[in-house]
Design a protein around this ligand. Structure first.
Ligand code: NDP
Ligand code: MG
Length: 386
């Protein structure tokens, strides 16, 4: 029996690489449902090639175009967020790859967890916003969450076979992004074109900007905290520009295990699909002749304030990470449309953190309200600044 995979966000960077993994193993995996938000042409092309049971377009205004383009095929066509939430619960679905970007991934992922579908999680914002709630939901329903993010996949691979052996520390590696060596003065004038050019990874626009500002690493610290049940003090960020070591775990006896490989997301995607097995792949191998030096540095939270703000949010807990996530989403899209400077993003996020009411024990409804309020406040601050 082939594993039936629902890909939420199939037209994105992770989504298209997941389809390459499925193409590599037609005997093992099948795309059961493909979904997108706006890029209807890509979704049509993917549907024609992979012949899923169904497709969903989140943006309902694109439905007629999609429906007509697939009229000659036996593929069900749906639109809207509710359809997205329902489709993941369908019986034949064996696994849900959450590869949508941002807060929008939260509700469909929660629905899939409730339906006890193992989750391959790329959408880190889900754990950033509501990590405690997601963990509880997964525990109650007995739903496994398998990391796709390369660092977390590395940690997960280091933990394989370790049973209850205690983790002393997680060493979360970071490439440092395109501005690793930039001074504060240089950072003040960087453009979106520069920020969109990541030295090691080809990714969607939002995570590429998050990587440049190091908010991505802050989010990954939160993600690690919830995925591996460690305290924030047990997670250390290590800047490693070559991006060969994808992360490490230090155990209680002092031994450190690391996972190494090419910076290729198809590896962690495939591992989440095949776990606990490993399956052969034709993806490029790491060549030690061409990577003679592995270097390590401390992250600089003075130049990269977003990382400090993420740590603060993690320590404060409650709805604070949700506030940071919402403000950050607003800022990233503002930066991409030249409405805020690179360093200005941290100012807006910090002010939003101070203005949105803090809740120590938020419910799902509280998160929804917090997200909306933080977006409103961040927008207001942006507008006043301009
Ligand atoms: P992309 O922007 O490339 O793709 C996002 C996908 O989600 C697209 O299919 C997009 O549809 C869809 N989408 C966006 N907004 C909505 C919405 N409101 N409702 C429904 N669908 C939506 O992002 P990435 O693939 O780069 O990243 C996806 C997630 O994976 C993010 O959370 C990111 O942090 C995480 N991640 C990504 C990595 C990478 O290498 N790319 C590495 C590690 C984690 P459309 O194409 O129509 O816009
Ligand atoms: Mg990562």
């Amino acid at each position: 029996m082939k594993k039936q995979i629902a890909i939420l966000g199939s037209t994105g960077s992770i989504g298209t690489q997941a389809l390459q993994v499925i193409e590599e193993h037609p005997d093992l995996y099948e795309a059961y449902v493909l979904t997108a938000n706006n890029r209807v042409d890509s979704l049509i092309a993917q549907a024609r090639k992979f012949m899923p049971e169904a497709v969903v377009i989140a943006n309902e205004s694109k439905y007629p175009e999609l429906k007509e383009a697939l009229a000659d095929l036996p593929i069900k066509v749906y639109a809207g967020e509710d359809a997205l939430c329902q489709i993941v619960q369908e019986n034949p679905v064996d696994m849900v790859l959450a590869a949508m970007v941002g807060y929008a991934g939260l509700r469909p992922t929660m629905n899939a967890i409730r339906a006890r579908k193992p989750i391959a999680l790329a959408n880190k914002e889900t754990l950033v916003v509501a990590g405690e709630l997601i963990n509880e939901l997964a525990r109650v329903n007995g739903t496994p969450i398998l990391p796709v993010d390369s660092e977390h996949s590395a940690i997960f691979q280091c933990l394989a076979g370790e049973g209850n052996n205690g983790i002393e520390k997680i060493l979360l590696t970071a490439s440092g992004g395109p501005f690793r060596t930039f001074t504060h003065e240089q950072l003040a004038t960087v453009t979106k074109e520069q920020a969109l050019h990541h030295p090691k990874w080809e990714m969607g626009a939002k995570i590429t900007i998050d990587s440049a500002s190091m908010m991505n690493k802050g989010f990954e610290v939160m993600e690690a905290r919830w995925l591996f049940g460690v305290r924030p003090e047990q997670i250390e960020v290590v800047v490693h520009p070559q991006a060969v070591i994808h992360s490490m775990v230090q155990f209680e006896d002092g031994a450190i295990k690391a996972q190494l490989g090419m910076p290729d997301m198809r590896l962690p995607i495939q591992y989440a699909f095949s776990f606990p097995e490993r399956v052969r792949s034709s993806f490029p191998r790491l060549d030690f002749d061409t990577c003679s030096a592995l270097t390590f540095e401390r992250p600089d939270t003075t130049r990269f304030r977003n990382l400090a703000l993420a740590y603060e949010a993690l320590h404060r807990g409650g709805n604070m990470p949700c506030i940071v996530n919402a403000a950050n989403e607003v800022c990233v899209y503002a930066f991409l449309t030249d409405r805020v400077s690179f360093l200005g993003m941290s100012d807006v996020i910090e002010k939003t953190m101070m203005r949105v009411p803090f809740l120590a024990k938020p419910t799902y409804e509280d998160y929804v309200q917090t997200d909306a309020e933080a977006r409103r406040v961040a927008e207001e601050i942006l507008t006043k600044n301009n």
